[in-house]
Design a protein. Structure first.
Length: 370
């Protein structure tokens, strides 16, 4: 199981942005590849720290992580974000070290490093029923994404000689001053388009429709965002693909209302059935179940069916189905029915006699959240 991000960086959940950044910088310097050559364990620690910082340094991602844990960004390794590679780390956090490694964090493994071009992310919405959410589902969707056009080739940038940076030397009264900036010709990638096939854009890319399989875990919630790594737009040359961001939309259910991992069902029972007792069959997200209505059932009674709700996204437990019993009172009666109830007005069996087991409204509300 993946370690908690706060534990990875050695900070508390109440740590502010400055404390998180300081903790990450300390860990990354400790396990930096330049200080630990050919040390796979240190490299893994280095990657874990960067992955934790990538989430906790972003307020939106941090909020989602605090609410949903690792499942907010991955699906147990089944196609979603499975960690960061070195290119991700050097391209995203290149300015955090200052001069700790002579030339900055982006200097990589002891030398000047080209800027890594990353393709743009794509965002799609996936509609899910409660039944699909309760079990988890694989969704196949069609995505229009940019890919490298067949036949497109790239060559070393002649402006920067493949370095991705242009160095300028200026004579000043204090002596010669050297400055470096990103190459405008190749945007820092060190490569430019050599052969542009028909239908390709100026970066050698073209639009292509592709079917993507998205494994969605059980227990996702409305507006949750999942990430399919590398299925966004491709980048020119040797760049890194963008990601496909999948936003979950929960389709409202006709009979069931969701509240966290619990489900609520409004069951209407006729007055004769409530008095005499009966059995009722209702639909749940896992199939039909039959519940017993005992004779003398009172309106407002809540029947709890354990484990018939939605599985928790983090795998802790499965919610319950709360069946709210409502006794239906007829609005119109014929003459015979009216005569019957009129004759029962003074019958002691029809006098309200609540027992201690008949809970009040507030007690029932407490039960709902227990």
């Amino acid at each position: 199981m993946k370690e908690d991000y706060y534990k990875t960086l050695g900070v508390s959940k109440s740590a502010n942005a400055g404390e998180i950044k300081k903790a990450y910088r300390k860990m990354a310097i400790q396990y930096h590849p330049d200080k630990n050559p050919d040390d796979k364990a240190a490299e893994e620690k280095f990657k874990e720290a960067a992955e934790a910082y990538e989430v906790l340094s972003n307020p939106d991602k941090k909020a989602k992580y605090d609410q949903f844990g690792h499942q907010a960004f991955q699906n147990g390794g089944a196609g979603f974000s499975g960690g960061m590679n070195m290119d991700d780390i050097f391209s995203q956090f290149g300015d955090i070290f200052g001069s700790a490694f002579g030339g900055g964090f982006g200097g990589g493994f002891g030398g000047q490093r080209q800027r890594v071009i990353r393709g743009s992310n794509l965002r799609v919405r996936v509609n899910l029923t409660l039944e699909e959410i309760s079990k988890g589902v694989d969704k196949k969707i069609k995505v229009m994404r940019k890919v490298k056009a067949p036949g497109s080739t790239f060559k070393r940038c002649t402006t920067c000689n493949g370095n991705g940076q242009v160095t300028r030397v200026t004579n000043t009264i204090l002596g010669r001053m050297q400055t470096s900036s990103t190459c405008e010709s190749c945007r820092g990638s060190g490569q430019t388009l050599d052969n542009r096939p028909k239908g390709a854009d100026i970066h050698g890319l073209m639009i292509k429709e592709e079917t993507v399989n998205i494994p969605i875990p059980a227990g996702v919630v409305d507006e949750m965002q999942l990430k399919v790594t590398g299925k966004g737009n491709e980048a020119p040359g040797n760049g890194i693909n963008g990601d496909l961001l999948v936003v979950i939309y929960e389709i409202p259910h006709e009979k069931l209302q969701r509240e966290g991992d619990n489900l609520h069902y409004e069951l209407y029972v006729s007055m004769p059935d409530a008095i005499l007792g009966t059995g009722k069959e209702i639909n749940t997200v896992t199939g039909k179940v039959r519940i017993k209505i005992n004779p003398g059932m009172q309106s407002g009674k809540i029947l709890r069916l354990r484990g018939k709700g939605i599985p928790n996204i983090n795998g802790y437990a499965t919610g319950d189905l709360l069946v709210h019993v409502n006794i239906w009172t007829p609005k119109t009666l014929n003459k015979k029915q009216k005569q019957f109830f009129e004759s029962m007005k003074d019958d002691e069996h029809f006098d309200p006699k609540p027992e201690r087991s008949d809970k009040s409204f507030f007690d029932r509300v407490k039960d709902m959240f227990s």
